[in-house]
Design a protein around this ligand. Structure first.
Ligand SMILES: [Zn+2]
Length: 267
């Protein structure tokens, strides 16, 4: 039996950066450095029987430490969508960076799904090295460990079906277990690329992001997503941080999330 979902993209934060900040070795391309916005998103996948939240944004503390501010607090945005942590939605963690697992500890009863290599990496000693610790928060990794200790963590090697119509594929590259989520909707299959594709320019121009744990895997990740698109298995790509993302889909025009959210496959 097939299942289709509505995907809601929520923009909860934003900042200004430069291309030399966000792209790896930008100088090698011989193009001018220019300002580029960076938006912060999480995603909700829903139908009549199921709610799955993909990533949980950054926390107050994690954001403050990096001078990031909220457009809306992730939990408030979820409340606006009628979702409370106590409802224990299934949580997909695409990777364990601070801007993707920041509010995980609020979901005390939720089942969490993430790649085994992601969990193993962030709970290892290497995660403390500066290039990695800059983009993670120890208390949040502790929260992940608690999820595991509570028996609420499901991990996978390369691919898992989270529910009918929702698949997660491990891509690696940006982080060891960076994953993408494929969701069946009335508009076709959507890939929530998270940080396998921060920017559309990154994917279309083959320009890897500044933070990458494994550069070959990053390139192979672009190839893998291109293959899914070429074969017609994916209709829409939803980026992890591109300011152009909301404009590509159906805007939410009313309520607390007006201007901060868009939907795909509205039911
Ligand atoms: Zn991110």
């Amino acid at each position: 039996m097939s299942a289709e979902y509505e995907v809601t993209i929520v923009k909860f934060g934003t900042r200004q950066a430069f291309k030399s900040d966000v792209y790896l070795n930008w100088s090698i391309y011989g193009r001018p450095d220019e300002p580029i916005g960076m938006d912060y998103y999480f995603w909700v996948i829903r139908n009549d029987v199921r709610t799955v939240v993909v990533d949980t944004g950054f926390s107050e503390a994690g954001g403050r430490r990096r001078n990031r501010t909220f457009l809306v607090r992730p939990l408030d945005a979820l409340a606006a969508l009628g979702i409370a942590p106590a409802d224990a939605p299934t949580l997909i963690v695409t990777h364990a960076h601070y801007d993707h697992i920041g509010n995980l500890h609020e979901f005390r009863n939720a089942q969490v799904v993430m790649a085994r290599s992601e969990y193993d990496f962030w709970t290892s000693h290497l995660a403390g090295r500066r290039q990695f610790s800059f983009v993670s928060e120890p208390v949040e990794i502790e929260a992940l460990r608690r999820v595991s200790n509570d028996g609420r963590l499901t991990t996978f090697e390369d691919e898992i079906q989270v529910a009918p119509g929702i698949r997660m594929l491990r891509i690696g590259g940006h982080t060891p277990g960076q994953s993408i989520v494929l969701v069946d909707t009335a508009e076709g299959t959507v890939v929530l690329a998270s940080d396998a594709v921060h920017y559309y320019e990154e994917y279309e121009g083959d320009v890897p992001f500044a933070f990458t744990a494994d550069l070959p895997a990053t390139y192979l990740g672009f190839d893998r997503i291109r293959r899914l698109v070429d074969r017609g298995e994916v209709r829409h790509i939803v980026s992890g941080h591109d300011p152009d993302t909301l404009a590509r889909f159906t805007p939410v025009e009313h309520g607390q999330l007006a201007g901060l959210a868009a939907t795909i496959g509205r039911r």
